[in-house]
Design a binder for this molecule. Structure first.
Ligand code: DGY
Length: 323
């Protein structure tokens, strides 16, 4: 394909160097050079005339944006497994295909889930601060006592690919796996985990709650004060899904009172504007949405999108096609 024949594409965020090189070889590529987060109207303006729009979870691709780009747009490719930022119905109606990046990030996300879990249970933020601040006066028998994991119940909300990758790792720490999903897994995928038909039932059985369900408008605010009150006293909450599943004010109040012992959060409502209440708390471990942030994973995510676009061009249906 000569450069003049290449389809026009717009890249909303900077991808890894290897992926950008591959994109340049295949597309007449326009970049958002400074990697800023673009508002929807700006995406519509800058991607005008593109056949392919590369986005990530930071770009809201709404119906208006799709309508403006629809005359030329064929594919939206998002460097994320989550797709709650894209109006899939509008894309479908406009005949625009949407690709995402499942599977290749499950291990990386599970690693961060365990990082959050361990830090929340074993007081990672306070421990780091004690050493870093120079305030540590030396070992003490009752210093920074945390919650041990062996024999505790880990309640996973969302036992999809990421939830199951978390379960594999959690078992190695001696945790008992409980879960709630829209439907029960088969025995091979369950691997001895206990299924709860309702979320409320799962909450009552969770010493540690792991929120791993895909983000969706219908799940916003799922973990409100009433639901959090169903957790056992002193439970731990971890979220690697989407921030808006949790009612921040309710979780902050539970962390302040100690009813929830600790939390580990990688995702937040209204990112990057984290609820200020979290910053004031010692019993919460915070990370900036880095679930899939490894070199290997971000390369693999980019290649999955490229392969998906190539499959569509051959008239095939790639596994990572959403609509
Ligand atoms: C995802 O893939 O959905 C991650 O949250 C990064 O956006």
């Amino acid at each position: 394909m000569t450069p003049a024949d290449r389809p026009r594409a717009f890249l909303c965020r900077r991808f890894t160097p290897a992926v950008e090189t591959a994109l340049h070889a295949r597309f007449a590529l326009q970049l958002n050079e400074d990697d800023s987060i673009l508002a929807s109207a700006e995406i519509a303006r800058r991607a005008h005339g593109s056949e392919v729009l590369f986005v990530s979870a930071t770009e809201a691709v709404d119906a208006a944006t799709i309508a403006q780009l629809a005359p030329t747009l064929r594919t939206i490719a998002t460097l994320s497994v989550g797709h709650d930022h894209i109006d899939l119905a509008a894309a479908r109606a406009a005949g625009v295909r949407v690709l995402h990046t499942p599977d290749v990030l499950s291990d990386a996300c599970a690693e961060i889930a365990l990082m959050l879990l361990l830090n929340a249970c074993r007081r990672g933020f306070e421990a780091d601060r004690l050493v870093r601040s120079g305030a540590w006066a030396g070992w003490a028998p009752t210093q920074l006592l945390g919650m041990g994991l062996v024999g505790r119940r880990l309640g996973i909300f969302g036992m999809g690919r990421i939830g199951r990758a978390i379960a594999v790792r959690a078992r190695a720490f001696g945790l008992q796996i409980h879960y709630h999903n829209r439907s029960r897994l088969d025995a091979a995928q369950e691997e001895g985990a206990t299924y709860h038909a309702t979320l409320d039932c799962l909450l009552a059985a969770s010493d540690i709650l792991m929120v791993a369900a895909p983000g969706a408008p219908s799940l916003r605010g799922t973990f409100d004060a009433q639901r959090l009150a169903l957790l056992p006293e002193g439970a731990v909450v971890v979220n690697i899904s989407r921030g808006d599943l949790i009612d921040d004010a309710a979780l902050i109040a539970a962390l302040q009172s100690g009813r929830v012992r600790g939390a580990g959060l990688d995702v937040f409502a209204n990112e990057p504007n984290v609820h200020p209440g979290y910053r004031a708390l010692d019993n919460v471990f915070l990370s900036p949405h880095i679930g899939s942030a490894t070199h290997e994973t971000r390369d693999a995510m980019g290649w999955l999108l490229i392969r998906g676009i190539e499959a569509l061009a051959r008239g095939e249906t790639p596994d990572n096609l959403l609509s």
